[in-house]
Structures are given as C-alpha cells and as structure tokens.
Design a protein around this ligand. Structure first.
Ligand code: GDP
Length: 322
C-alpha cells in the first residue's frame, strides 16, 4: 500500500547537502527517478561550516526542499580519536543548513541522523521514544550529541516557526562511495578491504577489532535513499523515524559472510585491546513498516554489490594513490 503523496517532487528544486558522500550520492541516484531538479555544491565551493557562506548560497540558489546528508562521519576509531572535529563540524553543518533553510523559506527539510543517538543500553530493538532516556556510548557521543542537536533544532523550528523539518535515523549504512580506509572507516568497508587485501597478498589471518560479539544492523545505502525519498514525499512528523532492516548480526558473523564472498579461507584473530563500542544496535522499525516501506537488499546481495564496486573503483583508486 502506497501512502498518499503529501509533498510531490515534480519540478521542485531539491538541495542534497553532502552529495559526494556515500549517502548524498545515493540520494542523487535515487532522485533521478523523480521529475525534480537536484542542486548540489562541492566542499571546495562551499564550506557548510561557514555560516555567512551558507547564507549567501541559500539566498542565491533558493532550494525548495533540502536533504541534509552532509556530515563528518567515521568508524569507532575516528570518532574516538577526533572528538572535537566530530562535535564541531557536525554541529556547525546542522545549524547552518537548518537555519538558512528556515530563513529562506525552504518548504521541506529532512535531516539525517544516526542510530548512535540512542542510549548505549537502550531496549532492543530501539524505538524512537528511547531518545534521551539514558547515557550515550562514549566512543561516539560527540557525533551523537551533534546529531541530537540537529534533530532538536528541526523540532524547535517546527514548533516555533512552523517549518516542515523532520529527522530520519538510519542504522549502520554501507555501499558504494563508503570510506574503505582501515583506520577511519566503519566495520563493513574496513573488513571488506582487509579481507580482500589478505586474499590478494596470500595471508591466512585477518585482524578483527574487539571481541566480535557486538551486534550491528546493516542497511545498503540504496535502500536508505529509497526510504528517505519515500518519507520526503509521504511523511512529516516532529518525532524522528528509524530506518533499518529489522535484522542484526554479530561482527563475527559479518566477517564470516564477507570471507565467503571474497573467498578468504584463513582465520580471524580478535584484538580485544580495541573497543567493542555499543553491545547491540538494532532499530525498531515498526513506524516505518506501518507506513508501508521495507528494505529490499539482503546483506549478502548488498555486500556482493559493494565488493564489485570496491574492486572496480575504490581499490583501483587506492592503488593509484598509494
Ligand atoms: P560503531 O557501530 O559506531 O561501533 O562503529 P564501527 O562500524 O566502526 O564498529 C562496529 C564494531 O565493529 C565495533 O565493535 C568494532 O570494534 C568492530 N570492528 C571489528 N573490526 C573492525 C574494523 O576493522 N574496523 C572498524 N571500524 N570496526 C571494527
């Protein structure tokens, strides 16, 4: 059942903030199926942390809708070692884009957050209502605080100014244009890159950080983009909405699946001196399911597609750079 379209995209000017990132580029791909005009601007031309520059850009380009997918993102190590960058950059990007959208009368804005905004020991699966009911996971609280501030600013502007600004909370994402760097990337791209390198170099062990026991839910970024456009067209609410698959896996299970896809026959060595982070992060997707959306790309199909992409673009690029 498709819900009624409250916000038709035909002919609209839609600004995708962060279009070169994994999420932004997937949104651009998905928007090609709609009869709308997409607006983008590169980091070289506009630093979203620079408020006067953001205001000038909005005055000049006048988007009608905004998908706020720009953020400083990274895996557990990057978050843990660059707390200032994760807090400042994400706060600045959020307040500048949300305020410029309010000031220039943007008709609809969707802010992208993350499942790490929920408490470290939230009930599983995590409903939207558990926001701010407990302490955050220390390894990513800087990023989480910035995302909570962005979500709250959308809520506050809805109440005070009547802005149609909403927030969506995706689970752990992966796909083309992800960050495959072993230190700063998230677990799925890092393990793909590590296991692929081990096969190419004939090594029979691969190191996994932590115990392998934490559980994570993984959503392909093309599914995420489809959900965001679905919600942009047919939903608006003060409360955020979760976007996930409804299924989670241990890190050890993820590693085994990647090994099978990449053809790695060796063994994994668990480095328990590295942090595990949140023990479990599974979103409650009842609200989204009730609206009529569900994910379509299985984890296995999504990893195969991402691995193909990595082999044809990212790996070739890193060989050239390296
Ligand atoms: P998180 O979901 O915010 O904790 O971020 P990550 O995707 O970076 O990490 C998820 C889990 O995978 C954590 O328990 C990590 O310790 C674990 N992990 C195992 N190996 C790796 C790796 O090579 N890179 C990363 N980023 N995480 C790993």
């Amino acid at each position: 059942m498709t819900p009624p379209t409250l916000f038709p995209l035909n002919g609209r000017r839609i600004f995708v903030a962060g279009h070169r990132g994994m999420v932004g580029s997937a949104l651009i791909r998905r928007l090609r199926q709609e009869h709308c005009q997409t607006l983008t601007v590169g980091r070289d031309a506009l630093d979203l942390r620079d408020q006067p520059a953001v205001n000038r850009w909005f005055d000049e380009h006048r988007p009608e809708a905004v998908l706020l997918a720009a953020a400083r993102v990274g895996g557990i190590h990057a978050n843990n070692t660059h707390p200032g960058d994760f807090l400042y950059d994400n706060l600045a990007i959020s307040i500048n884009v949300i305020e410029a959208s309010r000031r220039t009368g943007v008709a609809k804005l969707v802010f992208l957050g993350s499942s790490c905004i929920y408490p470290r020991l939230a009930p599983q699966p995590m409903p939207e209502s558990c926001l701010l009911t407990g302490s955050l996971e220390p390894t990513n609280e800087w990023y989480a605080i910035a995302k909570i501030a962005g979500l709250k600013l959308c809520q506050a502007y809805r109440r005070q100014h009547g802005c149609d600004f909403s927030s969506v909370m995706p689970t752990n994402l992966y796909g083309p244009n992800d960050n495959f760097d072993l230190l700063s990337g998230h677990v799925l791209p890092a393990l793909l890159a590590k296991i692929d390198a081990a096969v190419r170099e004939g090594r029979d062990t691969v190191e996994i950080w932590g115990s392998g026991l934490p559980r994570r839910e993984f959503l392909h970024v093309d599914d995420l983009a489809d959900a965001v456009i679905f919600l942009l067209k047919s939903w608006s609410d003060e409360e955020p909405i979760n976007i996930g698959t409804g299924t989670d896996f241990t890190i050890a299970e993820l590693a085994e699946l990647i090994a099978e896809i990449v053809g790695f026959k060796g063994r994994f060595v668990y480095d328990v001196s590295k942090p595990d982070g949140t023990p479990r992060k599974l979103l409650d997707i009842a609200k989204l399911t009730a609206l009529g959306w569900c994910s379509r790309i299985s984890l296995e199909a999504g990893i195969r597609q991402t691995y193909d992409w990595y082999r044809t673009s990212a790996r070739r690029r890193s060989w050239k750079d390296g």
